[in-house]
Design a protein. Structure first.
Length: 234
């Protein structure tokens, strides 16, 4: 598990880190912990490669709620857990889709239950998301939100509900990675999500208002794959 701690009190940083390491040591599991002393520090060159972020609400330079709002602009998937002295502050965290909060002074058993919850959520999520090498770091993508993938200069462009971005990957590898998720290679340039097909017109398939070409050799196989998907047989 990849964990970030955003906390401006050194003693609290050390306590959180010690408890987290204890949790994973008891399970003989690995974790990676990165500690930040304020919100500005984690937001600088942020890459969406954390599973969970423990975020102090009351910090001197940038409070945890504002930091959380900024993080949500960059990462919809990371689990946010607020750390605070007062529960009423943490309640505001639900506006940024926070998972939960822990009250200071931190109790190990409470933290243990939270980490167990996060692990269960990640186990179910791992089947539905992929981590891709994007131009500015790593991007965790919800597979169900991908419209289609197109070959582009030195990599691929992923078109998704959350936006479009370039990844340093080959189409062959992406096709293999997404083989179990109803994706189909309609020609050498496009790997499409059958869930978003809105229309088929001869050699054209329409996805998210975009018209993509179906190659002649793959046309029959494409129609068969789409028919099976719509019929719920695949």
């Amino acid at each position: 598990m990849r964990i970030a701690i955003v906390e401006d009190e050194v003693q609290m940083q050390l306590l959180l880190k010690r408890y987290i390491l204890r949790y994973f040591a008891d399970r003989k599991e690995q974790c990676r912990i990165v500690v930040f002393s304020d919100g500005e520090e984690i937001l600088h060159n942020y890459t969406a490669n954390y599973d969970v972020i423990f975020l102090d609400i009351q910090m001197e330079y940038r409070d945890g709620l504002q930091t959380a709002r900024d993080l949500r602009q960059l990462d919809d998937n990371v689990y946010l857990i607020f750390v605070t002295n007062l529960a009423e502050f943490a309640i505001k965290g639900y506006s940024v889709n926070a998972l939960d909060f822990v009250l200071k002074p931190i109790n190990y058993l409470m933290l243990q239950r939270l980490l167990e919850r996060v692990e269960k959520l990640l186990d179910s999520r791992e089947k539905k998301t992929i981590l891709l090498p994007a131009d500015d770091g790593l991007a965790r993508v919800d597979i169900s939100q991908i419209y289609y993938i197109e070959t582009s200069n030195k990599g691929l462009t992923v078109f998704a509900e959350s936006g479009d971005f370039h990844v340093r990957e080959t189409m062959k590898n992406m096709e293999s990675t997404l083989a179990d998720y109803h994706f189909f290679r309609c020609n050498s340039c496009y790997l499409i999500n059958l869930a978003y097909v809105s229309q088929v017109k001869r050699n054209i398939v329409v996805i998210a208002s975009q018209e993509l070409t179906i190659s002649r050799p793959r046309h029959k196989a494409f129609l068969e794959a789409l028919t099976k998907y719509v019929g719920g047989k695949s």
